[in-house]
Design a protein. Structure first.
Length: 301
């Protein structure tokens, strides 16, 4: 059992943190026991100019097994993890490159576009941002949410600015970037309001905080609007994180799909982007690790 610098056990420290979350009255959060082991171990330098990670949901392998394979390939971390998974990744010397503030079935549809959601969303983030700092995370995800009757795009922008501006100071205090994801509403997430770069950038400009940025999902934005490299170049100050995926089908990012991911990765690296690019696709090969390794190679620039 690992101990902290003052001699108490990891489990004891995590229990104390869990009690703190309960005292804050957080909405459905993970049981925080085993959630925060302290800051993640230093990650070895990766080849190329971009730090790459892999979204957890893309693999059915047990998390410890996945971490071992990803580290051997050269990945920097694992993306989209709940608090009770953070310690496992850190113990394998990888970074948690994006954390969830809560586990909810309506996580995507409930967003900051509707003021009725603000109290719940802010409470979740207020509870988990300090935990994320203790665990060595730098990014937490949240959503714009599905369209609601009577809320136009312009009203939704204003609502998102009002809600996210309230969490920006706490995020800054803890060194966390709250990343709001752009998703497609044509294929995968019908009704999602944050389905264009213009919508997301309007929100980011209204908040104007380095601690609230866009999660620019290349797969989703290729479906909605294309012109990916040009769009990224024009809006890189507002982007904090990237996701990949092959179009169409959301499989490998190789030559079987329509995007040139090596060129996209080079364009991102040329902008001196310091965040993470996380692969988020469903492998179609019999050996998923071969797919992950190929994606890593394609985006090594």
């Amino acid at each position: 059992m690992t101990t902290t610098s003052n001699g108490i056990s990891r489990r004891t420290a995590l229990g104390q943190l869990a009690a703190g979350v309960a005292a804050l009255g957080a909405m459905p959060l993970l049981a925080a026991a085993d959630a925060v082991p302290g800051k993640a171990a230093p990650v070895k330098a990766t080849p190329g100019r971009l730090r790459q990670s892999l979204s957890r949901w893309t693999s059915k392998a047990p998390l410890p097994e996945l971490c071992k394979h990803l580290k051997a390939i050269g990945f920097s971390g694992v993306d989209l993890l709940y608090a009770d998974e953070w310690a496992v990744v850190a113990d394998h010397g990888l970074a948690v490159t994006m954390g969830y503030p809560a586990r909810r079935d309506d996580f995507i549809s409930m967003g900051f576009n509707d003021p009725a959601n603000h109290a719940i969303l802010l409470k979740e983030l207020e509870a988990t941002i300090p935990l994320a700092k203790r665990a060595g995370l730098t990014n937490m995800i949240t959503m714009f949410g599905n369209r609601k009757p009577g809320i136009s795009d312009s009203q939704a922008v204003d609502n998102c600015i009002a809600g996210l501006s309230k969490i920006a100071p706490l995020a800054a205090e803890n060194g966390i970037t709250v990343c709001v994801e752009l998703l497609n509403s044509k294929v995968d997430h019908h009704g999602y309001q944050g389905d264009s770069t213009a919508f997301g950038v309007a929100v980011m400009k209204g908040i104007n905080s380095p601690n609230v940025k866009l999660l620019y999902d290349i797969y989703h934005m290729q479906i909605m609007e294309g012109d990916v490299i040009h769009t990224i170049r024009d809006n890189i100050p507002w982007i904090g994180h990237f996701h990949t995926g092959g179009v169409p089908g959301r499989h490998e990012i190789d030559g079987t799909q329509e995007l040139n991911y090596h060129a996209i990765a080079k364009a991102i690296a040329d902008l001196d982007f310091k965040g993470y690019i996380a692969h988020e696709f469903t492998p179609s090969l019999s050996d998923p690790y071969a797919s992950f390794a190929e994606a890593f190679k394609i985006c090594t620039v």
